[in-house]
Design a protein around this ligand. Structure first.
Ligand SMILES: Nc1ncnc2c1ncn2[C@@H]1O[C@H](COP(=O)(O)OP(=O)(O)OP(=O)(O)O)[C@@H](O)[C@H]1O
Length: 300
């Protein structure tokens, strides 16, 4: 069942299109990632899904509701952690969670949620006194406290340390196991690769590619990376003639080739024929990072 349906969404600011015909559908129980360079239109899109921005044209449905026209009902089924949010500085963590829980007919147990997000020691701390990472955890807890069917998380783990980031990933996996559908905007490739069932890569207001993380990686010209230190230098034109080769790099006597399985087999044959031994030969799969760069020509 489709829970988020976005069709031909368009939005311009000052005559400049920033979302330029975006379409995608998120199925129930999915963790759907939205990736893209800065300014690609990700936040504008997800805030349209939340009914916080009015698109110029196109349609958005969340759990069958129009999030703008049906704002009140939408807020009961959709939780959100926005890229930037602020609570009243004097409210404590417990007060914020109680306040939000009171807005929903079927709230989660906010104490358990606070504990899960490592906030139990901070329940009596005022918002203004929380660290950036603690504010971020509270924002995630507030997104989940209404027991939503869909949760939209914009830069979920920005500002969290690596340990906290992994804890939050485990929490999101639990949330999904509980049947919640997740729309996740992220700049962290590892996060997308680890958590997301499917990913839409945004580029200049459009969806440049939409697939599973492994499907996106498989599409890159350089799906395999081979690196080794040859016992003697190999001729550049011989390397350049390798089948399936996407790129060659040299660093400190080490050769790094990006290519395909065919390239790996050809390199092994080449080394054997030339009686060149390869020290520390490594063959690794390309990552979502490589796919992202291939598709957008930009860094995340
Ligand atoms: N309210 C606004 N008024 C004018 N321009 C805006 C407004 N909101 C966003 N933009 C512009 O729209 C473009 C897309 O912004 P958006 O925040 O959707 O991108 P993003 O992909 O989420 O970027 P980031 O990764 O940096 O968060 C940007 O160029 C931004 O400057």
């Amino acid at each position: 069942m489709t829970l988020i349906d976005v069709r031909d969404l368009r939005k311009s600011y000052g005559g400049r299109p920033v979302v330029d015909g975006v379409s995608f559908a998120v199925e129930e129980g999915e963790i759907f990632g939205v990736l893209g360079p800065n300014g690609a239109g990700k936040t504008t899109t997800v805030e349209s899904v939340l009914g916080l921005r009015v698109p110029d044209s196109g349609t958005v449905r969340v759990c069958g509701l129009d999030p703008f026209a049906d704002r009140a009902r939408t807020t009961l089924v959709v939780g959100a952690q926005l890229q930037e949010s602020e609570m009243q500085g004097k409210l404590t963590v417990a007060e914020s969670l109680r306040l939000f829980a009171a807005c929903y007919p079927r709230p989660a147990d906010w104490r358990a949620l606070a504990a899960r997000l490592g906030l139990e020691e901070k329940l009596d701390t005022r918002y203004a006194r929380l660290s950036g990472g603690q504010k971020q955890r509270l924002a995630i807890a507030l997104a989940l406290v209404g027991n939503p069917r869909v949760v939209v998380l914009d830069e979920l783990t920005t500002g969290l340390d690596p340990v906290a980031r992994r804890e939050v990933w485990a929490l999101i996996e639990d949330v999904r196991a509980g049947g919640v559908t997740v729309l996740l905007v992220t700049h962290f490739m590892e996060e997308a690769q680890r958590l997301c069932d499917r990913v839409a890569i945004f580029d200049r207001g459009r969806v440049a590619a939409l697939d599973t993380p492994s499907g996106l990686v498989a599409r890159t010209a350089s799906s395999t990376v081979i690196s080794f230190t040859p016992s003697r230098p190999l001729e550049e034109d011989v390397l350049a003639a390798l089948p399936g080769l996407a790129s060659v790099a040299h660093h400190d006597g080490r050769v790094t080739l990006a290519g395909t399985d065919e390239t790996v087999n050809a390199v092994i044959g080449l080394l054997a024929r030339n009686r060149v031994s390869a020290h520390q030969l490594r063959v690794t799969d390309a990552t979502l990072d490589d796919a992202f760069l291939d598709l957008t020509g930009a860094d995340a």
